[in-house]
Design a protein around this ligand. Structure first.
Ligand SMILES: *[C@@H]1O[C@H](CO)[C@@H](O)[C@H](O)[C@H]1NC(C)=O
Length: 215
């Protein structure tokens, strides 16, 4: 009797909410998978590095060049570097910057790293700006950066404002949360978190981590 009552409730719920009782916490599994692949990476490379970054975080800014240099040093057939945005709520303009980066990536993947470097170089205009600078003002700045890498204002804003762009940024953030990533930059090498990491690591520090993995 109780079971039948439960079934009826579930059925009514499905009618009202227009969906079956899927797990509330289950996000759609992204497809294609998230992550910006650095400069023509080869997924068969023996060393996979995942970097979580916030483009408005000063430690991420300090840390990215070392790992980019290491990826360049070894090349895409040895190091496969994948970048994931991680929006940290205490940096102003963090989420919208990552949404802008995703819009750029969707428009042309060859511009993603260049745009990210512009974001890092200009943190003072976004996270470092005074409180009088609004999100709308920041979006104007983010649009200017997009024009700098070769897009028109119209095509950038259309992509930025597309609901899927915002959705994927949410999924990306939640995916990082799901893995217990709580700061940036954060590195995972061949599946293992690099606990020894410090943002002052340069290419030499990365080489001393990667060389022994190559046997
Ligand atoms: C993407 O940008 C590159 C230059 O970086 C250009 O050669 C290519 O045609 C662009 N692709 C598209 C789809 O616009």
């Amino acid at each position: 009797m109780l079971l039948q009552l439960f079934s009826v409730i579930v059925f009514l719920e499905a009618l009202i909410f227009g969906q079956t009782y899927a797990n509330y916490y289950q996000l759609p599994i992204p497809s294609p998978k998230l992550g910006y692949v650095y400069h023509g990476g080869n997924a068969d490379a023996p060393v996979h590095i995942t970097m979580y970054f916030d483009s408005q975080c000063s430690d991420s800014k300090m840390g990215y060049q070392g790992v980019f240099d290491a990826a360049d040093y070894y090349g895409p057939d040895v190091v496969y570097l994948v970048l994931h945005g991680l929006s940290l709520p205490y940096f102003r303009g963090s989420f919208i910057s990552l949404q802008a980066l995703r819009a750029v990536d969707q428009l042309n993947k060859t511009k993603t790293v260049e745009y990210l470097q512009i974001l890092f170089d200009n943190q003072d205009l976004i996270s470092g700006s005074p409180d009088t600078v609004s999100d709308a003002d920041m979006i104007v700045i983010l649009t200017d950066f997009a024009v700098e890498v070769g897009f028109t204002e119209e095509e950038f804003l259309e992509e930025y404002n597309h609901p899927k762009t915002n959705q994927l940024c949410r999924h990306e953030m939640k995916m990082a949360n799901d893995r217990g990533v709580y700061g940036g930059p954060w590195f995972v090498v061949n599946g293992m978190t690099v606990l020894d990491y410090y943002p002052y690591w340069d290419v030499e520090d990365w080489i001393s981590l990667i060389d022994p993995l190559l046997g």
